[in-house]
Design a protein around this ligand. Structure first.
Ligand code: ATP
Ligand code: MG
Length: 430
């Protein structure tokens, strides 16, 4: 029976044909994070639902509409919709915050959100993210932003705009919430049902609502920047001057509030217009209250997450370069049963030294073996038959140039192949 079960809506397969794109971005993000002193952390795919309700916030779209939760043996669990909550939980639970600060960790993980699937918006997607805990200095904000910028530069992407804002602390928020409530109260009947219920509890969330009616009403809402306390305002001014000194271009966008409740002070987004409506490639900010909320210990912190599907989509649309999948370095074509055993031995010899070697396991004739070697883009082909085994020597063919070179099949096999390989690599680099 033909396979009729398809992958769930909003998920994607990453096949061997395009996995090189993932290897490319994974290598770039890991290498860059390491040069800034970040270490990798790995956390569970699911957590207690309460973790997300308390951190991401129970008035956010993520918690109200997008979480995949299950009740299993009477406990409530949720597939992680983002990485920060679980990472902070893990840092607290493993005592990382008792060590020397700042603590700096990064991760690559899949996230799950029940959203309407479209280009750049999936139900399972992947994030590269990082968290830095311990510093309240605006230099930490600039450090994290410049790390994201370095990654974007290393991918070769152009025209990715950095937008920054400050959404203040609970002190500024109190006055701002009052102003928002006054602004939205006369228009409450026109708001969507979710926003109606947000008006009392968390009016800032209305500014992030995706409903066109709510965003239209919110167009002229008061701006948080006009309500910042002195501490938040000084912090934001200092961050701007550090970014300018670093040569990082940015725009202040007083409308960015971000979709997760834990943010305080700095928020930022890297945005592209090249992949349609879902153009936020990276989003992040400071969350000075989150660790205290989860552990009782006050530790200021900040971080960001990059959507890897959106990053790759943008790279594709801009024609950025990706690493190639490694292809076969030597294909051994045996003729006859004795030659097959010899192929096994020779392949092991080179594989133990790191070469990518394949040989026929399809019982093909020599002609179709050559066809197959071409198809897999083998760099060299070695034909082994009775004569070659008897004389312990053979010819190895460079598939690019067609040139044939003698090679010994005895204990010098690895040495002769690797010197031939290196010589050819040098020539093709010229
Ligand atoms: P958006 O406003 O696009 O919904 P968000 O504010 O919900 O984004 P965050 O929670 O900050 O996004 O997640 C960080 C990054 O993860 C986003 O900037 C984006 O690149 C990526 N991302 C978020 N949701 C999705 C999704 N459903 N599919 C693919 N990537 C996503
Ligand atoms: Mg979202």
């Amino acid at each position: 029976m033909a396979l009729s079960i398809k992958r769930p809506l909003g998920t994607e397969d990453i096949t061997p044909q395009n996995v090189n794109k993932w290897h490319t971005v994974e290598t770039i993000v890991k290498d860059t994070a390491k040069t800034f002193g970040f270490k990798e952390i790995r956390i569970p795919t699911f957590e207690s639902t309460e973790l997300f309700e308390r951190s991401v916030g129970d008035t956010t779209d993520v918690v109200q509409k997008e979480m995949y939760s299950v009740i299993a043996k009477e406990s409530k669990f949720t597939l992680r919709p983002e990485g920060t909550a679980g990472t902070i939980r893990a840092m607290v639970q493993n005592g990382l915050l008792n060590d020397a600060l700042p603590q700096k960790v990064f991760y690559i993980l899949s996230c799950f959100r029940h959203e309407r699937p479209q280009a750049g918006r999936l139900r399972e997607f992947h994030q590269f993210g990082l968290e830095m805990a311990g510093s309240q200095s605006p230099y930490a904000d600039a450090e994290v932003i410049s790390l994201a910028k370095s990654i974007i530069d290393r991918t070769g992407l152009k025209n990715i705009a950095l937008n920054i804002n400050s959404i203040g602390c609970p002190t500024c928020r109190a006055n701002y919430h009052k102003a928002l409530k006054e602004f939205f109260a006369p228009k409450v009947d026109c708001l969507c049902d979710t926003c109606k219920s947000r008006l009392d509890r968390n009016p800032m969330r209305i500014l992030d609502c995706k409903s066109p009616i709510c965003s239209d009403i919110a167009k002229d809402a008061p701006l948080i920047l006009d309500y910042l306390c002195e501490d938040c305002s000084t912090h934001f001014e200092k961050l701007k001057s550090i970014l300018t000194n670093m040569g990082i271009e940015y725009s202040v966008n007083p409308k960015i509030v971000r979709g997760l409740d834990y943010y305080t002070k700095t928020v930022f987004e890297f945005i592209t217009t090249d992949i349609g409506a879902q153009g936020t490639v990276c989003g992040g900010g400071r969350y000075d209250g989150l660790i205290e909320q989860l552990s009782g210990k006050h530790v200021p912190a900040l971080g960001f997450a990059m959507g890897l599907e959106r990053l790759i989509l943008t790279m594709e649309s801009q024609g950025c370069e990706f690493m190639e999948n490694q292809s076969c370095e030597l294909y051994i074509a045996p003729m006859g049963d004795i030659a097959k055993d010899k192929a096994v031995e020779l392949a092991k010899n080179l594989r133990d030294e790191g070469f990518l070697v394949e040989y026929d396991i399809m019982d093909r004739g020599i002609k179709s073996q050559m066809k197959y070697a071409n198809k897999i883009k083998a760099k060299f082909v070695l034909v082994v038959g009775d004569n070659e085994i008897q004389s312990n020597s053979a010819k190895v063919k460079n598939m690019d140039t067609g040139e044939e070179s003698p090679i010994s099949l005895d204990k010098n096999f690895y040495d002769s192949f690797s010197s031939l390989y290196m010589a050819n690599m040098l020539v093709s680099e010229d």
